[in-house]
Design a protein around this ligand. Structure first.
Ligand code: ZN
Length: 240
């Protein structure tokens, strides 16, 4: 198995290409989140042929790159370094990171204290998620009870509320199973922003898709939901 480094240019953009020669039947393309195109191809296929293959996939490649850029914009990364500003329920906190005897996280005053016996990003991430999860356990049910009355008389199911760290969406709803899942990262946002995500998910019990009827159902209940969605950018970055 050998690796070749190449470049591919399409629609005015140049992408690095890592070409791996191995025992495969076809040319396979994988668009990596760092903007690299990974290709596996049989040993004897010439580069010109692969370039031709990529040319035919240009639309797909450009679309995949755009989607990744959009995801990065919506979910920018936090490094969890000492002195960083973290948001919890809409309030700013200073992050204080120290080495210590144990791995722990706690909030006191306007500071989040993180003690690390194991100074790795994985451990920092684990502690940060733990803090957000414990906040979410209070914030999400509270939001549900604020939003449910907006559906009075519609026999909406009383949903099972879950939370999970997600990297591509704020919430999800499984109307048939009656499950609403909130992104744990929402615990950084103030109540009014969490509410608009909760309302969005609950509206899926009325409309499973994102049709005009869906957005009408949102707007009737929360005329300013778009402004709330826009305000989310104020709390970036927050994702590790
Ligand atoms: Zn939706």
């Amino acid at each position: 198995m050998t690796n070749e480094q190449r470049q591919f240019t399409a629609q005015g953009q140049t992408f690095p290409v890592i070409l791996v020669r191995k025992k495969v039947k076809n040319i396979n393309l994988h668009v990596h989140s760092d903007g690299t195109l990974y290709i596996s191809a049989p040993a004897r296929v010439p580069w010109e042929y692969i370039e031709d293959f990529l040319q035919k996939k240009t639309d797909f490649i450009v679309r995949a790159m755009d989607e990744m850029a959009e995801r990065k914009r919506k979910f920018p990364m936090l490094t969890l370094s000492d002195g960083d500003t973290l948001y919890l329920a809409g309030q700013p906190y200073k992050l204080d990171v120290r080495l210590g005897l144990q791995n722990s996280i706690r909030r006191s005053g306007q500071t989040v204290f993180m003690e690390l016996a194991d100074d790795t990003l994985v451990m920092k991430q684990k502690l940060y998620h733990k803090l957000l999860q414990s906040l979410g356990k209070k914030l999400f049910p509270a939001s549900l009870s604020r939003m449910q009355p907006l559906f009075d008389g519609l026999a909406l199911p009383d949903p099972v509320l879950k939370q999970r760290v997600m990297r591509s969406r704020w919430g999800s709803c499984m109307p048939l199973k009656g499950i609403v899942t909130m992104n744990t990262y929402l615990a950084i946002m103030p109540e009014e922003i969490i509410d608009h995500v909760m309302l969005h998910e609950l509206c899926h019990f009325l409309q499973p898709n994102h049709s005009r009827h869906f957005y009408d159902a949102m707007t009737i209940r929360m005329p300013d939901w778009k402004a709330r969605r826009q305000a989310m950018t104020k709390y970036l970055p927050y994702c590790v």
